[in-house]
Design a protein around this ligand. Structure first.
Ligand code: 26Q
Length: 809
């Protein structure tokens, strides 16, 4: 491959003429963006043909990554980078009179995900292409991605995210691969000629039409796909309804069908039992498995070897219905008996768990499933009964244990228990998280079948999250190591530490400063607000959740502010606190916390006593493309969840890789970060997961901390009273001291951890004053972050779970 800027520019001029009927002189930035996207798409399509031929010939096992979320972000710069044409593309655009960075900025994020789980899926797709693993991602082509956030009078307001206009440039619709999905109706089960026969009638059909996005690998022509299903109503049926007088019903059905792909549910780590969400889940798994089965049969003529040729990864429980749906196809459409169907199914599927929060474990009311998916219900019921009989035998009738592990229980279907029952492999996403799954959440199942339980610590696409977004750091690493091999072999980042000199450390400091200035310039242009680039950039950017404890960070800022008010000469390392966070629209407490941070920011930023010392910024609409600007500029990374609650975290890894130091608890992957860099290169604080558990059991009384600490009293009193805007936050204080709706007070242990957090913050502040020391620590963090590359994680999935080979050096 390889294209010169001349060749690219010719392709672009031609594309512009032929597709848009325009000459370069009349083209807008948007025209040019689409032109670039189409030119790169063409290159990837050609690569894809090659890849498909190779896969066809090699007959290797294919990976199918099923996820309700893929948080892809932008693609133009990324694809150009992976295809090795980024410099040429920039040059070609310049020659045609366009600025590449303007076009990059024009691209809307493909925000088809909430947070960590969705972004992880995107990073893994990239890595699977790079490592030449034949793989397809499957999801829904949501018309509206995750809502856009505006802050109005300090509060979050949600706006719709229409991303498809320009973002759709990457998609190719494949009408010939349309699948039919059936909802509702009646089911009759009977026997005919000694065979069981299932008749499903009176159902409503929704068409699933694929829109495919190509996924380029780095330094390879190997190209995978993300298949996004769009929902369409089969209009001919509607027309017959029109004539038979069911006029309104026909229009309703159409709206119902097409509602499926309208919008991404914005709740993360908090499922709600909504009918439309269930429709989304079944729609997407049914279309996906039908499409896999159809291609398999065309190639092999039988499903006997299905499990040998396919590995299905279930990204959290959201795609769990793929299990009964594959059973349905094998039983009803292919005529397999139960045991054979079960064997094939269970040897195909694996499950990744992403959360241990009890309220986040997915359960569906059985009545909803009975009505919407009558045949799937019968299969679920049979799986559940067989499993339960087995559990009763093994647990010798201990019905508490049977109840905890049952699939259908108390009128609900528990998706996690179904996954644990049916999957070959079950994995957590960090060492600590996987241990909690084994020892706590799924302990009974672990004791029955210990070999099923694995750990695969998360990883990030280091090509995007380091090389692409932090080109100066990339250059420094390449200079020091003497090659760019680390981009395919992230473990080589270790060389960066071995070969670093005093000059490297100094250069690292200069790069960080330049990245801070670049971020500040961008921010000033967007908002008119000037950031103090001499101060430490202290960042907490992630979804807003009580367990992630943005409130603990805010409490500490309030503490600093109060110290400054008491004594304007109070010694502190100047800081700019940056927050980025979206709250689920229905999550009342999360919204209060956003409001609190904005009230606090307004007061602090306007108070002369804080000048050059303390600035608080709430970054509106945190998203992938904003993270890409922010990570390179961050100096302190806030990873302060209550220990035992954050399954892994992946932002923690992105900050580390960009040279931020971490202030954090021993939670999720922080534990493994600490193993890499040792305690002296992090700022650890707080209770451990075991200590949190012990305190829950022995009884935790946050009020005791409050009554014994003047500092805490002062902070909480201020929160209750509020700031200059006159808004008080008594609900927040009440939840810390008395609990919400009968729950435990301060269930995330903010008061218990506050003093330890304050001390860690003070140490971070003092350490920062010695810039040489700080930069040395940063260098160690970067150099030892290679293990958190997606390539390492994906290689582990390939070897231990999917049993597929990966690209050799
Ligand atoms: C489920 C049903 C109905 C509606 C919404 C949902 C739903 C949606 C998204 C439930 C959970 C999520 C997202 C969870 C998530 O992002 N978890 C994060 O996964 C990361 C990748 O493994 C981890 O690093 C984080 O620790 C974990 O919080």
């Amino acid at each position: 491959m390889g294209y010169t800027s001349k060749q690219l520019s010719k392709l672009m001029v031609d594309k512009l003429r032929r597709t848009f009927g325009r000459d370069v002189s009349e083209a807008t930035d948007a025209d040019m963006f689409q032109t670039c996207a189409l030119v790169l798409r063409d290159i990837m399509s050609a690569n894809r043909v090659e890849t498909r031929e190779k896969n066809q010939k090699n007959n290797v096992r294919q990976v199918h990554y099923l996820s309700l979320e893929f948080l892809m972000g932008r693609s133009l710069e990324k694809n150009a980078f992976n295809l090795g044409v980024l410099p040429q593309l920039k040059a070609a655009l310049k020659e045609l009179g366009f600025e590449a960075s303007d076009l990059f900025e024009l691209e809307p994020d493909a925000g088809l995900g909430n947070g960590g789980l969705g972004r992880l899926a995107a990073c893994y797709l990239e890595s699977m292409s790079t490592q030449e693993i034949p793989a397809t991602g499957y999801s829904i082509c949501y018309e509206l991605g995750l809502f856009k956030q505006k802050i109005v009078d300090g509060e979050q307001v949600e706006l719709p995210d229409h991303w498809l206009n320009l973002g759709g440039s990457w998609l190719v619709t494949r009408p010939e691969d349309t699948e039919e999905v059936h909802f509702g109706g009646q089911v009759e089960v009977g026997f005919e000629n000694g065979r069981h026969v299932v008749r499903h009638s009176g159902y409503t059909t929704v068409l699933a039409v694929p829109r495919d996005m190509k996924i380029a690998g780095y330094k390879t022509t190997f190209t995978n796909r993300l298949r996004l299903w769009d929902a369409k109503s089969p209009t001919p049926v509607d027309l017959s309804r029109f004539s038979s007088g069911e006029y309104v019903k026909a229009v309703e059905d159409k709206a119902m069908a097409e509602a499926i792909a309208k919008v991404l549910y914005p709740e993360d780590n908090h499922p709600e039992g909504k009918m439309l969400r269930l429709r989304q889940q079944y729609f997407f798994v049914s279309a996906t498995i039908q499409s896999i089965v159809r291609k398999h049969k065309a190639k092999y003529g039988t499903l006997r070897n299905f499990h040998e040729k396919h590995a299905i990864q279930i990204n959290d429980t959201h795609p769990t219905l793929v299990i009964p749906e594959l059973m349905r196809i094998l039983l009803d459409e292919e005529g397999y008996n139960w045991d054979d169907a079960w064997y094939i199914t269970t040897h195909t599927v694996s499950y990744t768990n992403h959360t241990v929060l009890a309220e986040a474990l997915e359960r569906w009311p059985q009545d909803l499933i009975i009505n919407l998916l009558p045949r799937i219900w019968l299969i679920l019921d049979e799986i559940s009964q067989k499993y339960q009989r087995q559990l009763e035998r093994e647990f010798h009738g201990d019905m508490d244990r049977v109840g905890r592990n049952a699939i259908i229980w108390g009128g609900q279907v528990r998706m996690a228990n179904l996954c644990v029952c049916a999957c070959q492999a079950i994995n957590g996403v960090s060492a600590l998280h996987s241990d909690i799954l084994k020892n706590d959440v799924f302990n009974d199942a672990y004791r029955r079948t210990p070999k099923k339980f694995l750990n695969v610590t998360n990883g990030i696409d280091h090509r995007r999250w380091l090389a692409q977004i932090n080109p100066q750091l990339d250059e420094l690493i390449r200079d020091v190591i003497g090659s760019d091999d680390y981009l395919l072999h992230p473990e080589q980042m270790k060389q960066f530490e071995k070969k670093a000199t005093a000059a490297t450390v100094k250069r690292l400091g200069e790069i960080k400063k330049a990245n801070k200035v670049a971020f500040a310039n961008w921010y000033a242009k967007e908002t008119g607000i000037v950031l103090n680039t001499d101060a430490m950039f202290d960042v907490q950017a992630k979804r807003l959740h009580e367990y992630k404890r943005q409130l603990l960070n805010a409490m500490h800022i309030i503490y600093l502010y109060q110290r400054l008010k008491d004594d304007p000469n109070f010694e502190m390392t100047p800081r700019v606190y940056l927050f980025g966070a979206k709250a689920a629209p229905g999550y009342v407490m999360a919204k209060h916390i956003i409001h609190l941070i904005n009230s606090l920011a307004a007061t602090v930023n306007a108070d002369p006593v804080c000048k050059d010392k303390l600035q608080v910024i709430f970054l509106e609409n945190y998203r992938v493309s904003l993270a890409e600007k922010l990570m390179p500029a961050a100096e302190l990374s806030e990873q302060i969840s209550t220990a035992g609650k954050e399954a892994s975290g992946t932002g923690n890894m992105k900050f580390m890789m960009n040279g931020a130091l971490t202030i954090g608890t021993l939670d999720g992957a922080n534990v493994e970060m600490c193993q890499q860099v040792k305690e002296e290169n992090m700022f650890l604080f707080g209770l451990t997961a075991d200590q949190v558990d012990a305190r829950v059991r022995s009884g935790y009384h946050s009020y005791e901390y409050y009554s014994q600490s003047e500092t805490l009293k002062h902070i909480l009193d201020q929160i209750a009273k509020g700031f200059d805007d006159g808004v008080g936050y008594i609900d927040i204080v009440n939840s810390l001291l008395f609990g919400q709706n009968g729950g435990m007070a301060d269930q995330y242990f903010l008061l218990a951890d506050f003093e330890s957090y304050r001390a860690a913050q003070a140490l971070a502040g003092r350490t920062y004053l010695d810039q040489k020391k700080w930069n040395q620590m940063a260098l160690i963090n970067i150099a030892r972050s290679g293990i958190f590359a997606a390539d390492r994680a994906v290689a582990e999935y390939a070897k231990n779970i999917w049993k597929v080979p990966v690209r050799k050096a």
